[in-house]
Design a binder for this molecule. Sequence first.
Ligand code: NAD
Ligand code: AHE
Ligand code: ZN
Length: 368
Amino acid sequence: MKTKAAVAWKAGSPLTIEEVDLEGPRAGEVLVEVKATGICHTDYYTLSGADPEGLFPAILGHEGAGVVVDVGPGVASVAKGDHVIPLYTPECRQCKFCLSRKTNLCQAIRTTQGKGLMPDGSSRFSIGGKPLLHYMGTSTFSNYIVVPEIAVAKVRSDAPFDKICYIGCGVTTGIGAVVFTAKVEAGANVVVFGLGGIGLNVIQGARMVGADKIIGVDLNPGREAMARKFGMTHFVNPTEVDNVVDHIVQLTGGGADYSFECIGNTKVMRQALECCHKGWGQSIIIGVAEAGAEISTRPFQLVTGREWKGSAFGGARGRTDVPRIVDWYMDGKINIDDLITHTLRLDQINEGFDLMKRGESIRSVVMY
Ligand code: NAD
Ligand code: AHE
Ligand code: ZN
């Protein structure tokens, strides 16, 4: 079949809208009509050329929602007409990682996914007979996609696609890092570095679990109002204080119980660790840093009880947890609508990247 898609031909170049050939689903796979997709900073990171797994030409996008329109042989967990969110972190429930119960990082299809291919090693997208690569196993910048059954979460059919697409990455990543990775308890002091599409969801997750002080740190003063609306109690602009770490340690009476780095800046990652409370403070790295970047601190920071952790997709098990997060949204427990600052057509997708780069959007959503 043919599908409309925004194609990334090479690093650093704007996407172009193309009519692309798409092969149908094989055994264990489904064809999804993507109805809406968010634009995440990670799409920009890969397009910029900084991602060691960034291969071109490819169809980017990993924050989508849509409808199953066809299924391949043997598919049992979803059917035509089901509403789904594609998962860049699948959940096979059979691999060593899934069975461990210690991680959400299902590895069933990770190797081929990282090469931009389907689990059987093929690409289903092509243009003029030349293959185009998939991205993060999702490629939601295409109107139609083929994905493995284990890489979709079936969600309720009354939830609006243009809002729940954001649960495909940003919402789950931010709220999940609080709830599943850090397991922040009521009364804890929390610091969030970077108040964009991810950090604001960390803020609302911290409020949801009853955190006490919720301190937000961002260079962009324009982020303060939105962050306060989502539960931030104190705002710090790093350019306005002598030393961010000392300032936060003072503000929290000894250091943060939990900090979250939502930028991808290794210098800030160090600050996020070092502003944590001696003896127990945990710092969670969410931001994705460029190829070759390394983090550092004095080992004494860890010897004296601070912990460094990472979180991918918020530690959420996609097929299990994503439908619950959609329920939280539909029940009014979390706010997604106010974070979607721009809604665009596919042919305006480059404007979505520009808005992000200029710090003018929180989330732009493309509707097909
Ligand atoms: P974003 O561009 O919407 O937000 C980034 C924010 O950081 C902006 O508000 C910006 O002003 C602020 N910022 C930049 N440099 C700063 C600095 N030095 N000090 C303070 N604030 C600074 O991006 P996003 O979509 O929220 O993504 C944030 C990061 O999270 C990216 O690195 C992205 O790739 C990553 N990410 C990781 C996961 C995961 O599963 N681990 C999932 C999604 C996104
Ligand atoms: N390809 C990158 C890694 C990028 C990365 O860390 N991705 C996160 C999700 S970001 C979503 O916006 C993730 O889930 N990582 C776990 C994994 O298995 O990729 C690189 O630097 O190589
Ligand atoms: Zn993302």
